[in-house]
Design a protein around this ligand. Structure first.
Ligand SMILES: [Zn+2]
Length: 50
């Protein structure tokens, strides 16, 4: 499965999300942030292949 490193725009923490779709075209990816413990906007940092 593809994993994406995301950066939360609120807390600036980076974390990895396994996703099955391309999100590199999304500048603002709205998702639950495990640090903020709420839904925030994220930006894709890079794609991780395994
Ligand atoms: Zn956050």
């Amino acid at each position: 499965m593809t994993k994406w490193k995301l950066r939360c725009k609120e807390c600036k923490n980076e974390w990895v999300l396994p996703v099955s779709f391309e999100i590199d075209k999304m500048k603002n990816f709205y998702h639950y942030c495990p640090y903020c413990k709420k839904n925030t906007f994220h930006e894709p940092v890079k794609k991780l292949e395994d």
